[in-house]
Design a protein. Structure first.
Length: 94
């Protein structure tokens, strides 16, 4: 009798049930996919490195490095300058 009924919410992409009282529209996995799509487009359109990507999207550098490790994003070949402060630039994998 004292139990409060809560409406079950589902992820807008995969329809997985979300935790009770969640204010999210997407589950964690789908949120990461949506974020990655934005990151991929950003990398395609900008000459950036992993630190710039992490700063722009306010995400941990380790997340960007994980996507690089998985082969989802890779470094561009830039042989013009590989000096002391060289940071390889990134490109998205098609």
């Amino acid at each position: 009798m004292g139990r409060m009924e809560t409406e079950v919410k589902y992820c807008k992409m995969c329809r997985k049930a979300l935790p009770p009282l969640s204010d999210r529209e997407y589950c964690y996995a789908c949120e990461e996919l949506l974020l990655f799509d934005k990151v991929r487009e950003f990398v395609r359109n900008n000459d950036v490195n992993e630190y710039q990507v992490a700063e722009y999207f306010d995400i941990p550098v380790r997340m960007v490095k994980q996507w690089i490790k998985e082969g989802r994003i890779e470094y561009k070949e830039n042989k013009a300058y590989q000096g002391k402060h060289y940071r390889p630039r990134m490109r998205s994998v098609p």
